[in-house]
Design a protein around this ligand. Structure first.
Ligand code: ZN
Ligand code: ZN
Length: 149
């Protein structure tokens, strides 16, 4: 069985995903740059039922640019983001792939918010370079926001 295991920088929180990711994306948006303190983030989405978290997390939520709320769970000791959930797309758990510290982890299959990319950052050859979220994500988020208002 496939198992991706990782944890935060201080070791207080462990996370396991018991399948391959549904998608892996690199995001260049400015909010991701701010949250990660890096120039882009690379994240994977897994079905939530295959993800297990051990340890204590705190939650930080913000509105994404698609107006969908995102709930980031982070380690209160070391500040590492462990995972997140997007209210508009339930049943999926987003995980920053760096948490697995695994150089063989599957590579990104899409680049999003590409116009905000730092000029020196390279995108893997042959993957789509979307201006924002992919169409499927944007449609799901817009529908969820419309249902609530
Ligand atoms: Zn920690
Ligand atoms: Zn982003």
């Amino acid at each position: 069985m496939v198992m991706h295991t990782g944890g935060c920088a201080c070791g207080q929180v462990a996370i396991t995903a018991a399948c391959e990711p549904q998608t892996v994306a690199m995001c260049h948006c400015l909010l991701c740059q701010k949250r990660t303190r890096s120039t882009y983030r690379v994240h994977a989405y897994f079905p939530s039922e295959n993800v297990r978290v051990d340890g204590t997390t705190k939650v930080f939520s913000r509105k994404g640019d698609s107006s969908a709320y995102v709930y980031f769970h982070f380690c209160p000791e070391c500040g590492s983001t462990i995972y997140w959930e997007v209210k508009a797309t339930p049943g999926k758990t987003g995980i920053p792939i760096g948490i697995f510290a695994d150089p063989t982890f599957p590579p990104p299959i899409v680049s999003i918010f590409t116009p905000h990319k730092h000029a020196w950052v390279s995108i893997p050859d042959g993957i789509p370079q979307n201006e924002a979220h992919g169409a499927a994500f944007a449609a799901a988020a817009a529908a969820a926001v419309a249902r609530r208002s």
